[in-house]
Ligand binder design. Structure first.
Ligand SMILES: O=C(O)CCC(=O)C(=O)O
Ligand SMILES: [Fe+2]
Length: 347
């Protein structure tokens, strides 16, 4: 069982108030604790998706079977820090089954979900987004984090009926890992990184996690926030989003752009660790999630990172913009300093 990523969070315990979500099923108005001061745009503020729209307005959709996929991925990671991926090889039914299990989980009564509440020093189970302590207001969101086997947490929720959930999640994690390895090899070959330095790819002790996200429909979506702006701590993240728009990427430090869901495509975000390894060539994507008044939204994120003791450093020939840091150390810096983490390790 891979519990390594949990180790990195033990030293950074959270207060229970930053872990226990609101009981959204009984929230018929927006409590002050969840009311963000300024108006949040939602997807109604954007023109609906249209394939003819200017290609520079939407993150690129890349076909993994395209002979030029690697170059396209490089370009997307430089410009956007994100892309959508089709023909990725993960069977549709695998993704659909995981989304169904996420729906089954989040539809449970609050007291049943709270049985698997993340412990203050823990990394897995049910709870608010980990970034909650860094914002003055809470988010319109519930999450469930899985590292390795989810059986320990799932058993608390479904004492006699957790095997199906666990099998589907473990299979999803396994399949995502294979895809992540393929993408890592592509990104590393774009940067001319030698095989000597990428021996960890394919190892069993990589740091991987699956995050199930639920955004209930919200009585005042324009004053609420699904997930506040953040970058992922991972090397990169592979995300499945349900058919509801909500995810937005901050493009080139200028504007929020919606990432509209497309059937059978996965979203890939560059994370902080790839930002460091590429010496800021591949930028970690600042992203956030908006909510809406009528539709619930689900997403499933797979975070992929090297083993905890791997030393992350810029693996390019130019002057290094970041100092060396182990994955575990960087997770600690991010857990304490959030948005300042990259600048704290800048040279
Ligand atoms: O729900 C989404 O689309 C994004 C989720 C996300 O950013 C995360 O889990 O880190
Ligand atoms: Fe994220």
């Amino acid at each position: 069982m891979n519990t390594t990523l949990s180790e990195a969070y033990k030293a950074h315990p959270l207060h229970l108030r930053d872990i226990i979500p609101l009981d959204f099923s009984s929230a018929h108005s927006l409590p002050d604790s969840h009311a963000w001061s300024h108006s949040q745009p939602n997807d109604d503020d954007y023109v609906s998706f249209n394939d003819d729209a200017s290609s520079s307005s939407f993150i690129p959709i890349i076909d993994l079977m395209d002979p030029n996929a690697m170059e396209q991925i490089g370009h997307a990671c430089e410009k956007w820090g994100a892309f959508q991926l089709k023909n990725h090889g993960i069977p549709f039914c695998v993704i659909e089954d995981v989304e169904e299990e996420a729906k089954r989980l989040f539809a449970l009564p609050t007291e049943q979900k709270l049985k698997a509440l993340r412990s203050p020093g823990g990394a897995t189970g049910y709870g608010r987004a980990r970034i909650s302590p860094f914002f003055p207001k809470f988010m319109w969101h519930e999450g469930f984090t899985i590292i390795g086997s989810p059986s320990h947490d799932a058993k608390k929720i479904w004492p006699n009926d957790h095997a199906g959930f666990c099998d589907l999640m473990e299979n999803y994690e396994k399949q995502m890992k294979v895809l992540a390895e393929r993408l890592t090899q592509m990104m590393f070959s774009l940067m001319d990184i030698s095989e000597e330095k990428t021996k960890w790819v394919g190892a069993s002790n990589i740091s991987g996690a699956v995050q199930l996200n639920f955004y209930p429909s919200c009585p005042e979506p324009n004053r609420a926030m699904g997930l506040a702006p953040h970058t992922d701590t991972s090397l990169f993240t592979i995300l499945h989003q349900s058919r509801i728009t909500g995810l937005q990427i901050f493009k080139e430090g200028k504007e929020w752009v919606p990432v509209h869901p497309h059937p059978n495509t996965l979203v890939v975000h560059t994370g902080d660790l790839l930002h460091i390894i590429s010496n800021a060539r591949f930028r970690s994507a600042l992203h956030r999630v908006t909510v809406n008044s009528t539709r619930e939204r689900y997403s499933v994120a797979y975070f992929y990172s090297p083993p905890l003791d791997y030393v992350v450093s810029p693996l390019v020939d130019s002057v290094a913009r970041f100092r060396d840091v182990t994955v575990k150390e960087y997770i600690g810096i991010k857990a304490k300093n959030f948005g300042e983490a990259l600048s704290l390790i800048s040279t």
